[in-house]
Design a protein around this ligand. Structure first.
Ligand code: ADP
Ligand code: MG
Length: 633
């Protein structure tokens, strides 16, 4: 039967073009990808053989072999893992299934220099073969297929591949790379030894390289006269990295292992490796990536840890061991406490799973606490994953205080939007007499930092936490205190400034109300039932006015916007206008003798306070009209 020619999925063709043309700075990663795939294939078969030992009885020793043929200029990577059928080869080696890779394709700009940088940050798996090869042949036989149902797949990476059924005795897969002339270096034993050591030391399967056999020269015989002999030599120590003692494992090894299990091309930000004995025995190796995956905040984001039972790989992305707010933590857990035949369903309602989840949550939080000691590193972490961690205090009541300690905010204490102030730091700076944690939520940092609500706080030297992420409103609506100190929004209507004020100031407020009685009355009449009330302010300094909502205290303007965005109808709300009688604009308005003109001033002052608070107006046209009328005069 002749081979059939297939076109690659469009994305694959694009990717291959890019690979061929990009100056790949780190070419040898193709070895990591191919060794990684071979090791995955072996893990999968190993798992199946637990319940069906017959599958591997004729070839029971798993191994990965690498052989360079200098004459043919080929490099072959073979494994005796699960193998592929013709259909599987067509599907898996002709398309890009992973949504992350698709996302990556979308990010491509067409600018070669930029794109080749991007590609360096992304795993392109099997296709990385074409970095060094101008033709790739794959021979494979699935463990489930007869020997005459094996497959040959071949491509030069130019838009198409061909595949056909062949006969092959051995189970597993053989990837034959026909190396480009420029990449002959990968035929050299020492180049290969170096790269393979790097990419396979942590793998639990033996990786063997076809090496020259060294024999001591016989007496009286020159070494060069000897015929060269070759044999397979094991290069790695085939000991799963996590089973080793943390003291023995080098940083680079942790980093390489991370890349092997995560599909991330970058080094991780940090990791934690623990062996735990006693009641619940387990080993965990947890990592925090440098960058958040693009889909961290979408539903399709799949996450979870790799699960091993007694060193045997059981499943990928087991999400039962982590709370959702820690979904950015990757890595593995290996335990003796679960049966080898455990399924996802069993995991869901297992007592052991719950215990492990609790323990691993503590481990992750501990890892973050450690990271937080390095402010710079923690800020890097926070920018990527902070919004996920903010789900924690609500999702995980048991660990609420511990998680709250890990949150970071921008604050009026700093002159920047960098979120690096912890609640503990905030409390340590509280002046005597302050017993609440003040915060402000807004649409943007600029809106927050320029909010008129901050003026009194500034004046009194009281720090306010500034928040403008979508999740903040929800978070603050769901937590009430930290370290026994209540969270209070500075826009809250029942904010008792008296608490911050001493007796003198209370007196001052009463005096001011008396003193400006006329002014207040005039505004009240002019605005009529547009406002709930008009009061005089002692807290405003630079702004003429603010509005105070009389609604539910939790229902701040941000929350309202969120609700409105979901299509909910909210009752029309009236605001109290708080006036700063010392402000020039208010004074100017007050001096106006023409009542009609005064009405315009009053509206303007009310509308701009609304605008600052709500970020929008019901009737912006009218606002502009009034403003222009007054400007022209
Ligand atoms: P990934 O490993 O991230 O799935 P790759 O591009 O590396 O992506 O591989 C694509 C798919 O091809 C694998 O998921 C697997 O199904 C199949 N595959 C690749 N190499 C092998 C192999 N040595 N043995 C069996 N299947 C393989
Ligand atoms: Mg792969």
């Amino acid at each position: 039967m002749a081979a059939t020619v297939h076109g690659f999925q469009t994305q694959v063709t694009k990717l291959l073009d890019l690979l061929a043309n990009s100056l790949y700075s780190n070419k040898e990663v193709f070895l990591r990808e191919l060794i990684s795939n071979a090791s995955d294939a072996i893990d999968k078969l190993h798992f199946l053989s637990l319940t069906n030992p017959d599958l591997i009885k004729d070839d029971p020793n798993f191994k990965i072999r690498i052989k360079a043929d200098r004459e043919a200029q080929t490099l072959t990577i073979s494994d005796n893992g699960i193998g592929m059928t013709l259909e599987e080869a067509n599907n898996h080696l002709g398309t890009i299934a992973e949504s992350g890779t698709e996302e990556f394709m979308k990010q491509l700009t067409g600018d070669k220099a930029k794109d080749s940088q991007l590609i360096g940050q992304f795993g392109v798996g099997f296709y990385s073969s074409f970095i060094v090869a101008d033709k790739v042949t794959v021979l494979s036989r699935s463990v489930n297929a007869k020997s005459d149902e094996a497959v040959r797949w071949e491509s030069d990476g130019n838009g198409t591949f061909e595949s056909e059924q062949i006969t092959r005795e051995a189970r597993g897969t053989e990837i034959i790379l026909h190396l480009k002339d420029s990449e002959k270096d990968y035929l050299s034993e020492w180049t290969l030894r170096d790269a393979i050591t790097k990419y396979s030391d942590h793998i639990s399967t033996p990786v063997e390289l076809w090496c020259e056999k060294y024999e001591a020269p016989k007496e009286g015989e020159e070494q060069k006269d000897q015929e060269k002999k070759f044999e397979y030599t094991q290069i790695n120590d085939a000991k799963a990295l996590w089973t080793r003692s943390p003291k023995e494992v080098k940083d680079e090894e942790y980093q390489e292992f991370y890349k092997h299990i995560s599909r991330d091309y970058q080094d991780p930000l940090t990791w934690a490796h623990n062996h735990v004995e006693g009641d619940l025995e387990y080993t965990s190796l947890l990592y925090i990536p440098k960058n958040a995956p693009w889909d961290l905040f979408t539903r399709q984001h799949d996450h979870g840890l790799k699960l091993y039972v007694q060193r045997v790989f059981i499943m990928d992305k087991a999400e039962a061991f982590q709370p959702n707010y820690l979904r950015f933590v990757s890595g593995l857990v290996d335990t003796n406490a679960l049966p080898l035949n455990v399924s996802r369903e069993l995991l869901q309602d297992s007592q052991v799973t719950r215990k492990l989840k609790k323990a691993l949550t503590k481990r992750s939080l501990g890892m973050l606490e450690k990271l937080a000691k390095d402010k710079e590193q923690y800020t890097a972490f926070w920018t990527q994953f902070g919004n996920a961690l903010k789900e924690g205090p609500v999702e995980d009541y048991d660990n609420r205080e511990q998680i709250l300690k890990l949150l970071r905010f921008a604050s009026t204490h700093n002159d920047s939007s960098v979120q690096d102030v912890s609640l503990e730091e905030y409390i340590s700076r509280m002046p005597k007499g302050q017993d609440k944690i003040y915060y402000l939520t807004a649409d943007t940092y600029e809106a927050a930092v320029n909010s008129p609500y901050l003026e009194t706080f500034k004046q009194k030297g009281i720090e306010v936490l500034l928040m403008w992420e979508r999740i903040d409103e929800w978070l603050m609506g769901n937590i009430s205190e930290f370290d026994k100190k209540e969270f209070v929004s500075v826009t809250a209507s029942d904010l008792k400034l008296g608490e911050l004020a001493d007796k003198d100031e209370k007196q001052k407020q009463e005096d001011a109300a008396k003193e400006h009685k006329d002014l207040i009355e005039r505004f009240k009449t002019a605005l009529g039932d547009k406002v709930k009330d008009v009061i005089v302010s002692t807290r405003l300094v630079d702004s003429p006015s603010v509005v105070i909502s009389e609604g539910n205290r939790m229902m701040t303007s941000q929350m309202k916007k969120l609700l409105e965005a979901t299509g909910q109808k909210l009752p029309e709300e009236k605001f109290t206008l708080e006036l700063n009688p010392t402000h020039k604009l208010v004074q100017k308005a007050y001096q106006e003798v023409d009542e009609n003109r005064f009405k315009q001033w009053a509206e303007l002052i009310y509308d701009q306070a609304l605008l600052a608070d709500q970020g929008g107006l019901k009737d912006p046209g009218n606002f502009v009209k009034v403003l222009n009328a007054l400007l022209v005069d």
